[in-house]
Design a protein around this ligand. Structure first.
Ligand SMILES: [Zn+2]
Length: 196
């Protein structure tokens, strides 16, 4: 079992970035959607998220990451707050969360409390706590309607719509551009058939 060094900043509530990132390691854009094929791929993914696992992950942790991913994707796919909350409750069940107090410059008296995995939690527990608090926080702050799956063809990436108007449809610029290109082709084809 890995003894991970967690270098993850919980203080800005960015655990939802980890939840989204892990959710999107299943990417149907590729012929084989599995992006976590090996423990090496999981190590790499964790590194991109600012985590480091020493020594590298093992098969049990890989399996746990995939299982957590499938739970997260179900929350993103859920239609109602009730449904999402029930799945989140299962995800969070039995987890221990520890508060951490940060005191800034005594002169300005800045005090911050953040919540995260307890000291000594193994990697599987840490992933679950960070992803669970992240997606839970997003659910609380923005509501289930903002937890979405991409609208583009051949994409089921998850994202959280934090935009002001809440009308974001695509996971990223890649899919937005693919949609624009397809729409342009459609318009060009229509214009041609009208001229014909
Ligand atoms: Zn997409």
């Amino acid at each position: 079992m890995s003894q991970p060094i967690l270098r993850h900043d919980h203080e800005d509530g960015s655990g939802f970035g980890f939840a989204v990132g892990l959710g999107n390691t299943w990417d149907i854009w590729f012929d084989d959607p599995e992006r976590l094929k090996t423990t090496g791929a999981l190590d790499e993914f964790l590194a991109t998220q600012g985590w480091e696992s020493v020594p590298s992950t093992d098969d049990r942790e890989l399996e746990a990451a995939r299982q957590l991913r499938s739970e997260l994707r179900s929350i993103f796919a859920s239609q109602t707050a009730h449904e999402a909350a029930a799945m989140l409750a299962t995800l969070l069940n039995g987890l221990v969360v520890e508060p951490r107090l940060t005191v800034g410059d005594p002169a300005d008296g800045d005090v911050a409390i953040s919540f995260g995995p307890r000291d000594g939690a193994d990697l599987m527990e840490q992933m679950r706590v960070v992803a669970g608090l992240g997606v839970g926080g997003a659910l609380e702050r923005w509501g289930v309607d903002r937890l979405r799956m991409c609208d583009a063809d051949r994409c089921e990436d998850v994202f959280i719509d934090t935009s002001k108007n809440g009308r974001r449809r695509y996971c990223n610029v890649r899919c937005q551009n693919r949609f624009n290109v397809a729409a342009l082709r459609r318009r060009t084809a229509e214009a041609r058939s009208e001229r014909a």
